[in-house]
Design a protein around this ligand. Structure first.
Ligand code: BEZ
Length: 339
């Protein structure tokens, strides 16, 4: 009888232990507060940009909103500037659950889940707000859901500026002027293919190597966003800045799938709403900064100008023709944004 009682007690204790561990290592002891299930969390979020970049500011907003909406139960530690490694490392950490959240470039994400390449359809959005709105479309949501099979939940997209072109000493006024130039373009096939179609060649240099590569003439220019152009002082080494805004530059907000699914529905809602607040904040802030950034670059000696998007029409068509047929989701996305 006593032995049976011990077995029942052991089973009971194991059940309690299993239930309390259901949200993974980040699920700390119950705080006993008035929340839906009383659980407290200390999550980690990693990304590659420095604290001055909009994605980091969005991460801080996400942290603030999580804390506010959960009465302090959900805490977030942010690791910027690739402190936890490259994006490949970070995504692996998110998959394994050693890091909970990430803001990972759609460029890198597309190397793991190809339909994210759809976001690099050139000149697909009239402005940043239009891209921000497109993140709520069915194709954009289906693209996020492709991360599921990797043990990751894709939650949302965050936008910093759009992509522009900086040239060391050639005043490029039309796509044909890029022929023969060696340009740094993020190592993402859709981004690089767009440049290659103009006759430029591309180098997939990581960000920290770009400044000296332009300075020493290893490359003739780069694809960049205005925030990073200022943060990294590229105006010191590149004379011309064409504010083409030819592609958007989303970060994919993602979380370890079992961590997310282990949260109560109410807490999942808090996460989604906090992220939406961060995404709205980023786009509202960044949209209003275009003029200020152009002026800052010009004040630092860069010649800032526009190129008529119509001149890129043949290259846009070439992109759509090449990438649409590679994946039904990319085709669906392109059809929805070009209509
Ligand atoms: C880039 O690799 O071009 C980049 C990465 C993160 C933020 C901005 C630019």
């Amino acid at each position: 009888m006593k032995k049976r009682l011990n077995v029942v007690l052991a089973l009971f204790l194991a059940l309690i232990l299993l239930t309390s561990c259901s949200s993974g290592a980040k699920d700390l002891a119950s705080s006993g507060d008035a929340s839906a299930d009383g659980k407290t969390y200390k999550f980690k979020l990693a990304h590659i940009t420095p604290p001055s970049h909009m994605w980091h500011k969005a991460a801080e907003k996400f942290k603030e909103e999580l804390s506010k909406r959960s009465d302090g139960r959900i805490e977030l530690e942010i690791y910027p500037s690739s402190q936890l490694g490259s994006e490949a490392d970070m995504m692996q950490q998110i998959e394994s659950g050693s890091v909970d959240f990430g803001f990972i470039t759609a460029a890198y994400t597309s190397s793991r889940s190809p339909s994210f390449a759809a976001w690099f359809a050139p000149y697909a959005f009239k402005d940043l707000e239009a891209a921000h709105a497109a993140r709520e479309s069915e194709p954009a949501k289906k693209i996020l859901a492709t991360l599921d099979e990797q043990g990751i939940t894709g939650l949302d997209y965050l936008f910093a500026g759009q992509r522009v072109m900086l040239f060391k000493d050639k005043h490029v006024k039309k796509p044909e002027d890029m022929k023969g130039l060696k340009l740094r373009v993020t190592p993402s096939p859709p981004m690089q293919d767009f440049y290659k179609s103009t006759g430029a060649s591309t180098e997939g240099l990581p960000l920290p190597e770009v400044y000296s590569a332009v300075q020493t003439g290893v490359i003739d220019g780069m694809d960049m966003d205005l925030d990073a152009a200022i943060t990294n002082k590229y105006y010191e080494v590149a004379k011309y800045g064409a504010v083409t805004n030819h592609m958007v530059w989303p970060a994919v907000a993602m979380v370890n799938k079992s961590t997310f699914e282990g949260m109560s529905e109410e807490d999942q809602k808090i996460v989604r709403e906090s992220l939406k607040a961060a995404a709205d904040y980023a786009v509202e802030t960044r949209s209003g900064q275009e003029e200020e950034f152009r002026k800052e670059l010009a004040d630092n000696g860069m010649e800032i100008y526009d190129i008529d998007p119509e001149l890129f029409k043949p290259y846009i068509e070439e992109f759509d023709k090449k990438y649409g047929p590679t994946d039904p989701l990319i085709q669906e996305f392109i059809d929805s944004v070009r209509k």
